[in-house]
Design a protein around this ligand. Structure first.
Ligand code: KIV
Length: 264
């Protein structure tokens, strides 16, 4: 059993091996996902919606993400652990340094920030201070009220060009992983091909270097709602381990996501 590191993920991209990722919030599920072979576990601020029952992620605090990161870390032997920096916890570089340190001490091996050009100094500063960073572009849920809802991003040419440009800038600033959420598949494909770092998609088509899903969506238990880009892997199985293994298999052989789970 070899631990997954940033080098593992980079090598997977270079060798065209798909990366599988899921969100996790506690030790038991983290252990189950880890044992099935998931490479990346994200303590997402989606916890605001799927654990707390909120309508968005904005109420999530640093203490909450730290608490769940400590729990997840205890269940993991192999997977790479990434923790989300909550809304307004990285609005200045100095704030970001202190808050990222708290998540790294809780057990994260990388922190994820939502946004583009305005984060370049913060990303450079974090990486210089030995904190690996994951970027997040497209439908960034912390900006839901700016977008006017959870809407697909990058559909017009100008927006698409802007997202591609920001992805390049983030890579230049030092991110080692990028999440693309809810953007057209061909744009995600173009971005994945333009960057040397691994790109993980959610609602971004099948051509990214890997896929991530919110665990509650993957088990089909999100309250009253199944996003178009997700799939209920418990629909044809009553075994959680089997469902996770099926998800891994379908991502690896390119069957998930299909067109039905993608945007254009
Ligand atoms: O918070 C989260 O779970 C996320 C994923 C949707 C990528 O950011």
């Amino acid at each position: 059993m070899k631990k997954v590191t940033t080098s593992t993920l980079l090598k997977m991209k270079q060798e065209n091996t798909k990366i599988t990722a899921l969100t996790a919030y506690d030790a038991s599920f983290a252990k189950l996902f880890d044992e099935q072979g998931i490479e990346v576990l994200l303590i997402g601020d989606s916890l605001g919606m799927v654990l707390k029952g909120d309508d968005d992620t904005l109420s999530v605090t640093l203490e909450e993400v730290s608490y769940h990161t400590r729990s997840v870390k205890k269940g993991v032997e192999r997977a790479f652990v990434v923790a989300d920096m909550p809304f307004m916890s990285y609005s200045t570089p100095e704030e970001a340094y202190l808050n990222a340190a708290q998540l790294m001490r809780a057990g994260a091996s990388m922190v994820k920030l939502e946004g583009g050009s305005w984060l370049l100094d913060t990303i450079k500063g974090l990486t210089e201070r030995s904190v690996p960073v994951c970027g997040h572009l497209g439908l960034t849920p912390q900006s839901v009220h700016v977008f006017g809802g959870f809407k697909v991003q990058g559909r017009d040419d100008l927006q698409a060009e802007n997202i591609l440009e920001q992805a390049k800038q983030l890579e230049q600033a030092g991110i080692q992983l990028l999440v693309l959420e809810c953007i057209p598949s061909d744009l995600a494909d173009k971005i994945s091909q333009s960057l040397s770092i691994p790109v993980i998609g959610i609602g971004a088509g099948a051509q990214t270097d890997g896929q991530i899903l919110v665990m509650h969506d993957m088990f089909g238990i999100s309250a009253n709602y199944m996003p178009k880009f997700s799939k209920n892997y418990l629909q044809h199985s009553n075994d959680m381990r089997e469902a996770v293994s099926q998800y891994i298999q379908e991502v690896q052989d390119g069957r998930f996501p299909s067109d039905e789970h993608s945007f254009n």
